[in-house]
Design a protein around this ligand. Sequence first.
Ligand SMILES: Nc1ncnc2c1ncn2[C@@H]1O[C@H](COP(=O)(O)OP(=O)(O)OP(=O)(O)O)[C@@H](O)[C@H]1O
Length: 217
Amino acid sequence: MIQTHELAYRYPRGPALLFPDTEVAQGGTLLLQGRSGVGKSTWLSLVAGLLTPSAGRVRVAGQDLAALRRGERDRWRGRTIGFLPQRLHLSDALSVERNLALAFFAAGVPEDRSAVRAALEALDVGDLAQRRPHQLSGGQAQRVALARAILLRPRVLLADEPTASLDDQAAAAAVALLRATAQGCGASLVLATHDARVREALAGAQVLRLEAAEATA
Ligand SMILES: Nc1ncnc2c1ncn2[C@@H]1O[C@H](COP(=O)(O)OP(=O)(O)OP(=O)(O)O)[C@@H](O)[C@H]1O
């Protein structure tokens, strides 16, 4: 479940953004739409607790984010949010398996190697566990990043432009995979995209369309 109320964010040397109120049910799918620069990535970062709102409130899986102290917020995020960023942020210094293991460290919970193996198997990349990320194709790297995102069975799965660099077939597969993966762990799914193919694939899903509306505060 995600709820936002009068949410706004002002970048120190950038625009002030004001977001429409939103409610996404647990297990629901939200398409976050709007042209480039309108604030989709910012909205995702606010919901993930990576940015602190200038005004308004965010509640995710029953937790009011403003009630969390900084250190608590990082652990909360590690346990609650699965994030598939635009740039995948996999470390080439570590094997695929060790990249996933970092998620336990970030969440402050004991490492569980069998869960790492299970997540990689679920995304059909179990045989790549010992490779380094630079030895993977783009699609394989995305699957690995998705395996990392669901490793701790998040309540919310956030994906930022997951089809941006994919051809039609791969884009359809990525959307289907995200949906199935979110359903598999009962997570709410948010896809930020301006890709018409995703809109078509998820016709009927809840939509939040962001417009270029600057806050006056
Ligand atoms: N660190 C920053 N400092 C100042 N301005 C920023 C910063 N990050 C983003 N912005 C600005 O905030 C606005 C929203 O950016 P954001 O990345 O959220 O948009 P977006 O809708 O995700 O764009 P895209 O579709 O191109 O990824 C843009 O005008 C951007 O230039």
